[in-house]
Design a binder for this molecule. Structure first.
Ligand SMILES: Nc1ncnc2c1ncn2[C@@H]1O[C@H](COP(=O)(O)OP(=O)(O)OP(=O)(O)O)[C@@H](O)[C@H]1O
Ligand SMILES: [Mg+2]
Length: 256
């Protein structure tokens, strides 16, 4: 039996037979603003609450911004930083410094993969959970083969090497630019999308899980919302339930 690590989102745990597979890497992909970072924050928060040690490697946001965002969703991460159960790595600052220096010398922007790989190697052996947000930043620097090799190496170092459960977060653009190769490197993938609901003409957020090894999956597309308590995944509706909802909305009802 595959052991599970709860995701921090109750409805997602149900879909995944209890959580992310322990000691494996799962990839979350989606467009900007869909909620990828928030999925990562839920995972880190829940893991800390369960007494696990976590490292969050953030390439696009400062730790301060992440803590503010988490706090707005009712996820108090500061307490775990204070007791050193959670470390948020400052890759953004290193990246910006290196890019600035390259600009000063009129040279090309440096590859950003080494910043992440350095942090990955530094992850202490007693860490249980690692989130890397956004693993797509270095996709622009290299060939698709190099990119896949880097991801495989990071995955191997953290899972096989250190026994961590890993969440790779990746933006849709980098994912497509690299011909989606990262999905083969990971144990499972979760796709987040935003699209118009043709019945209600509202933009909605959707989650689907195309792959999770050793897990019984249903390939449904579920709507989710970001609320002041974080992510809420709605129960999927049958077509008949959908039609009823649309009918009552058209009649000015509030049954959703
Ligand atoms: N309390 C809240 N209530 C409703 N929506 C919120 C709340 N807090 C944040 N959001 C929404 O969450 C979105 C950001 O989510 P998140 O940062 O996880 O996206 P992302 O997929 O990581 O985007 P990027 O690729 O740009 O990093 C914002 O667009 C905002 O609308
Ligand atoms: Mg993000």
């Amino acid at each position: 039996m595959m052991e599970r690590v709860p995701t921090g989102i109750a409805e997602l745990d149900l879909k995944l037979s209890g959580g992310y597979p322990r000691g494996k890497a799962v990839l979350i992909i989606g467009v900007s603003g869909v909620g990828k970072t928030i999925f990562g924050l839920h995972f880190v928060h829940r893991s800390c609450a369960d007494g696990l040690k976590c490292v969050h490697i953030a390439t696009e946001e400062s730790p301060e911004d992440l803590l503010v965002q988490a706090g707005m969703l009712g996820l108090d991460l500061e307490q775990y930083i204070d007791c050193e159960q959670l470390v948020i790595k400052r890759v953004l600052e290193t990246r910006m410094r290196n890019i600035g220096q390259a600009a000063d010398f009129g040279s090309r922007s440096p590859a950003t993969d080494m910043d992440i790989i350095k942090q990955v190697r530094l992850v202490p052996d007693d860490v249980d959970v690692v989130v890397i947000d956004n693993i797509g930043v270095f996709a622009l620097d290299m060939s698709i083969k190099e990119f896949r090799d880097r991801i495989d190496m990071i995955n191997y170092t953290l899972t096989t090497g250190k026994g961590c459960t890993v969440l790779f977060i990746m933006d849709e653009t980098a994912y497509e630019l690299t011909h989606e190769v990262s999905k083969y490197s990971s144990y499972g993938s979760i796709k987040l999308l935003m699209k118009e609901n043709p019945y209600t003409e509202m933009i909605e957020r959707y989650i689907t899980i195309p792959k999770m090894r050793s897990t019984k999956l249903s390939l449904e597309l579920s709507v989710f919302d970001i609320t002041s308590e974080g992510i809420r995944i709605r129960r999927s509706k049958t077509m008949n339930e959908y039609r009823r909802t649309i009918r009552s909305m058209k009649m000015g009802g509030i049954d959703t």
